[in-house]
Ligand binder design. Structure first.
Ligand code: HEM
Length: 242
């Protein structure tokens, strides 16, 4: 989630006298958002690469899902790695959202008098997109866990038969599920693109050339992620995976 700081740059750049601590803690919050965001992106990439194993067939994919449960054994009991990962991701998601809400409130308070004609500049548009994108992603993750982890909403829903669970999930007759996944994953792509770019800016890369590289890198990373994820439901839709 990003925070609309660009329309209020002058207010943020010149804090009221006696408020440097708040400004410092805003910088700390932005760094916290960047770090939690990075953790989430790392998970997204690893998960996307893992999903691509579906193209190697049912046996390979189910074996991969089984292997996920054995990470860390025998040092850790079976599936403990997954529980630790779930705890870390949950803390990262909650922390990311809370920091975004605090930063947005601060940015609003920094300008107590509203613009008479608020300019429709890119910053405010991006911030709105990030907020709604964030909400869509959160709803998607809840649905997705009920669909493919707890299997409550999955049409096949057999533990261990991960390939079949995915293939039945995106069967052509369930086109609306593929549509929902597509919209959500595109939202992930937009969120990631803006999030990566603003993280790089927060971390100090502000020369015009640096911004250009940051924008290009954010775009490429987001497109790769979206295409990687969407390749699975669309492969099922066209019969490449069945
Ligand atoms: C079409 C794209 C996707 C497919 C086919 C897919 C597939 C799966 C499958 C099969 C599982 C269960 C794994 C298992 O229990 O062995 C899973 C779990 C999960 N997926 Fe996805 N996924 C997709 C996209 C996403 C996206 C975009 C996100 C995040 C925004 C996401 C987040 C998760 C999470 C958090 C879990 C739970 C992991 C756990 O059990 O601890 N997935 N996914």
């Amino acid at each position: 989630m990003a925070v609309d700081t660009s329309t209020r740059k002058s207010a943020a750049a010149a804090p009221a006298p006696g408020k440097p601590a708040k400004r410092r803690s805003s910088v700390a919050l932005k760094i916290f958002m960047a770090v939690t965001g990075f953790l989430l992106v790392a998970f997204l990439y690893v998960h996307m690469i893992g999903n691509l194993k579906i193209f190697f067939g049912a046996e390979t994919f189910d074996h991969y899902a089984h292997w996920l449960r054995s990470i860390g054994t025998p040092l850790l009991p079976e599936a403990w790695y997954l529980y630790i990962q779930r705890a870390v991701l949950t803390v990262a998601v909650i922390g990311h959202i809370v920091a975004a809400v605090i930063l947005t409130r601060r940015a609003r308070q920094a300008r107590p008098v509203k613009y008479a004609h608020r300019p429709k500049v890119q910053g405010s548009y991006a911030a709105r997109t990030m907020r709604w994108g964030g909400v869509i992603i959160l709803l998607f993750v809840i649905y997705h866990i009920l669909d493919l982890t707890t299997l409550t909403l999955n049409p096949h829903g057999v533990t261990g038969e991960v390939y079949r669970n995915v293939a039945e999930d995106f069967a052509p007759s369930r086109w609306y599920v593929t549509l929902f996944y597509t919209l959500s994953i595109v939202a992930v792509g937009f969120h990631l693109r803006h999030g990566l770019w603003s993280a790089v800016r927060t971390l100090g890369l502000q020369s015009p050339r640096g911004e250009l590289y940051a924008r290009a890198t954010a775009l490429v990373l987001s497109v790769v992620l979206v295409v990687g994820y969407l390749s699975v439901p669309f492969a099922v839709l066209v019969g490449l995976v069945d």
